[in-house]
Ligand binder design. Structure first.
Ligand SMILES: Nc1ncnc2c1ncn2[C@@H]1O[C@H](COP(=O)(O)OP(=O)(O)OP(=O)(O)O)[C@@H](O)[C@H]1O
Ligand SMILES: [Mg+2]
Length: 264
C-alpha cells in the first residue's frame, strides 16, 4: 500500500497555485526527505497527503482511497502530520493533555492510551515537561511535544515538517532515534528539512522541489552530486560531499569513510 499523488495541482483560496502536476509514490516503511528552497511548495505538498489540503486537480490516494472522499480527521489515523510551527498545532494547556488528546478522541481504552503516551514521551525525551503549559516550554522542546502528540496516534505514515529547524546536536540525535525506531516498526517517514547533513545520514530517497514542482526524485548520492538539481532547488551539498567536490574527488562521495578512503 502507499501514498500516491497523481498529477496533483493545488491552488489556495486566493487563487495562488502552489503545486503543479505532482507525481509521487511513497511505499510502506519508506524514508523520504523533501528538500528545496523556501516557498517551493513543500509544506503545501505534504499537507495534500493527510487531507489538510485537497487537490484542486488530480488525485491523492492513501492506501488506494482518494483523500477527497474522507475528512482530514479520518485520514489522520493513517497519515500523521507534524506542523512546521508547533504553535499552529498545539492547543492544550499542558504537554501531557496535548499528547493524550488524539488517543482519547479515538476513544481508545485507558491502558492503550497510557501505553501510547508513555512510548511517545520516551522517544521524544520530554518527560520533564509534561505538566507544563506548552507555551512556557522552550521552542526546540515544544517541537518535540508536537511530534509526541502525533506519534501517540500511531500513524502508518508520519510527516515531519522541518523537524530539524531550531534543533541543536542533541535535538538532531533525538530525531534520528525517532526515525530509526519508528522505521523498525514499519512506519513510513516523510521529512521536510533544510539540513542536508541530516538528510544524507538518514534518508535514502530524496524529493527535490523548486517553483511548485518536483524536479528530482532519487537517491542522496544522485541528488547531491547533480549540480543542476542542487542549484535549481537551492540546496547545499552536505559537508562531506562539498569537501570531496572541492578536492576534485569523483565517486559521488557522501560519507566520511568514503572521503577518507578516496583521499588515501
Ligand atoms: N494560505 C495561503 N494562501 C496563499 N498562498 C499561500 C498560502 N500558504 C502558502 N502560500 C504560498 O504558497 C507557496 C508555497 O508555500 P509552502 O509553504 O508550501 O512552501 P515551502 O516550500 O514549505 O516553504 P518553506 O521552506 O518556507 O516552509 C509560497 O509562495 C507561499 O507564499
Ligand atoms: Mg514549509
Amino acid at each position: 500500500m502507499a501514498i500516491e499523488l497523481r498529477d496533483v495541482s493545488f491552488a489556495y483560496p486566493n487563487g495562488y497555485v502552489a503545486n503543479e502536476n505532482l507525481n509521487l509514490n511513497i511505499s510502506d516503511g519508506e524514508l523520504l526527505a523533501v528538500v528545496g528552497q523556501n516557498g517551493a511548495g513543500k509544506t503545501t505538498a505534504v499537507k495534500l497527503m493527510n487531507g489538510l489540503n485537497k487537490p484542486t486537480n488530480g488525485e491523492v490516494l492513501v492506501d488506494g482511497v482518494s483523500t477527497k472522499e474522507k475528512s482530514c480527521a479520518e485520514i489522520s489515523k493513517k497519515v500523521g502530520y507534524v506542523f512546521q510551527n508547533p504553535d499552529d498545532q498545539i492547543f492544550n494547556s499542558t504537554a501531557l493533555a496535548e499528547i493524550q488528546y488524539m488517543p482519547k478522541y479515538f476513544k481508545l481504552p485507558e491502558e492503550e492510551i497510557k501505553r501510547r503516551v508513555d512510548k511517545a514521551v520516551e522517544l521524544t525525551g520530554i518527560a520533564p515537561y509534561l505538566q507544563m503549559n506548552p507555551l512556557d516550554i522552550p521552542y526546540a522542546i515544544r517541537k518535540f511535544v508536537a511530534i509526541a502528540a502525533i506519534i501517540a496516534t500511531e500513524p502508518k505514515y508520519l510527516i515531519l515538517d522541518e523537524p530539524t529547524a531550531g534543533q541543536d546536536k542533541r535535538g538532531n540525535e533525538i530525531l534520528e532515534r525517532i526515525i530509526t525506531e519508528l522505521q523498525k516498526e514499519g512506519v513510513s517517514i516523510i521529512a521536510i528539512t533544510h539540513d542536508m547533513d541530516f538528510v544524507a545520514r538518514n534518508f535514502p530517497r530524496i524529493v527535490a522541489m523548486a517553483h511548485k514542482n518536483i524536479i528530482a526524485d532519487a537517491s542522496a548520492k544522485e541528488i547531491f552530486w547533480n549540480k543542476n538539481v542542487v542549484e535549481e532547488a537551492r540546496i547545499k551539498m552536505p559537508q562531506i560531499a562539498q569537501a570531496a567536490y572541492n578536492l576534485n574527488l569523483g565517486g559521488n562521495i557522501l560519507f566520511r569513510e568514503e572521503l577518507t578512503e578516496a583521499v588515501r
